[in-house]
Design a protein around this ligand. Structure first.
Ligand SMILES: Cc1cc2nc3c(=O)[nH]c(=O)nc-3n(C[C@H](O)[C@H](O)[C@H](O)COP(=O)(O)OP(=O)(O)OC[C@H]3O[C@@H](n4cnc5c(N)ncnc54)[C@H](O)[C@@H]3O)c2cc1C
Length: 285
């Protein structure tokens, strides 16, 4: 049984800001509820008020334009992303990450914004957003601000959101011309499970070679390994560059042992998945 709470459903962001200011720590925001309600059922949190965001029209849906790129509203579901031709064609690394997050039923409720606000190190969409240089649109009683996704995650289940702030949307600039990307998820089973290790990679060759890698489940936050990027700016055989990148990734991550996998196993799989991602994406470029 979920402990009793009051359910609130504002219709505007102004109303939402007012409710958050009034109830503070006693209130929790609900998007799809697939993380929140599990924590409430297990009595790990007991909010007195649950504020449902789905009644707020301006938080819904996706939009894209040639100049500004993609904007994903706070209540846009993962299935909306998966069904979008724009996301599939232009933001393939994100599309592939969404496609391996849980299952179609869950993705019908769950949102991308809920996935990043939950701030699990295993969040599947986070590595893709990191390699795409996404930005988080935040609003609250003190106004609005933009947080680069690389500064958004501050620890296990912690973000740089301040009390009274909520995420309005995630913005993603258009990737470089000719970019290709993919998310490589290693789980305990082929079915629904959190990642033992996840690797997102984005490569492009528009004048200079661009190569970005970010990982899930191997650090206290989702992690972009910026040090890898310089390796591919230099000359040298591709095979050697890939092996150096694999070594750098293994140096920078700090996996733990938990129910889903051991530290050594994660270290090994992070290297193996990084190699696979780079060979597949660079091999064909
Ligand atoms: C069976 C099952 C399988 C799962 N499999 C996976 C998986 O494979 N990969 C994976 O990454 N995750 C997985 N999850 C976790 C979860 O489904 C995802 O993290 C999902 O994207 C959360 O989105 P939501 O809209 O349901 O978030 P919610 O549960 O509504 O919210 C999550 C958290 O974010 C806060 N929040 C929501 N919206 C905002 C906002 N706009 N501003 C500020 N805070 C906000 C909420 O208060 C809450 O703390 C799984 C969960 C279940 C139950």
């Amino acid at each position: 049984m979920i402990p009793k709470f009051d359910y609130l459903r504002p219709k505007t962001t102004e109303e939402l800001v007012g409710l958050m200011a009034e109830y503070g720590e006693d209130a929790k925001l609900l998007a799809g509820g697939t993380d929140l309600l599990v924590l409430m059922r297990d009595k790990l949190i007991r909010p007195r008020y649950v504020i449902d965001l789905k009644g707020i029209g301006e938080l819904r849906g996706l939009s894209w334009d040639e100049k500004r790129g993609l904007r994903i509203g706070a209540t846009a579901t993962l299935n909306e992303l998966l069904e979008s031709e724009v996301v599939k064609e232009r933001f393939s690394v994100l599309w592939s990450a969404v496609g391996v997050l849980a299952d179609p039923t869950l993705r019908n409720r769950a949102t991308l914004v809920g996935n990043i606000c939950n701030a699990s190190p295993a969040a599947d969409t986070a590595p893709a957003l990191l390699v795409l240089d996404a930005e988080v649109e935040v609003a609250g009683k003190d106004g609005e601000r933009i947080i680069p996704i690389r500064d958004f995650f501050t620890g296990v289940k912690r973000t740089s959101l301040k009390p009274g702030e909520f995420v309005r949307a995630v913005r993603i600039p258009n990737p470089p011309e000719g970019a290709k990307g993919g998310y490589y998820k290693w789980g305990r089973t082929r079915g629904e499970d959190l990642a033992v290790v996840g690797v997102a990679a984005l490569v492009a060759n528009s004048g200079r070679r661009i190569m970005r890698v970010a990982l899930s489940s191997v650090f206290k936050t989702p992690l972009r390994v910026f040090e890898v990027e310089k390796i591919f700016e230099g000359e040298g055989p591709l095979g050697e560059q890939i092996e150096r990148a694999v070594s750098v990734v293994r140096e920078k991550i700090a996996p733990i042992t938990d129910v889903r996998g051991g530290k050594e196993y994660r270290l090994h799989m992070a290297g193996a998945l990084t190699r696979r991602a780079l060979e597949e994406l660079l091999g064909g470029s």
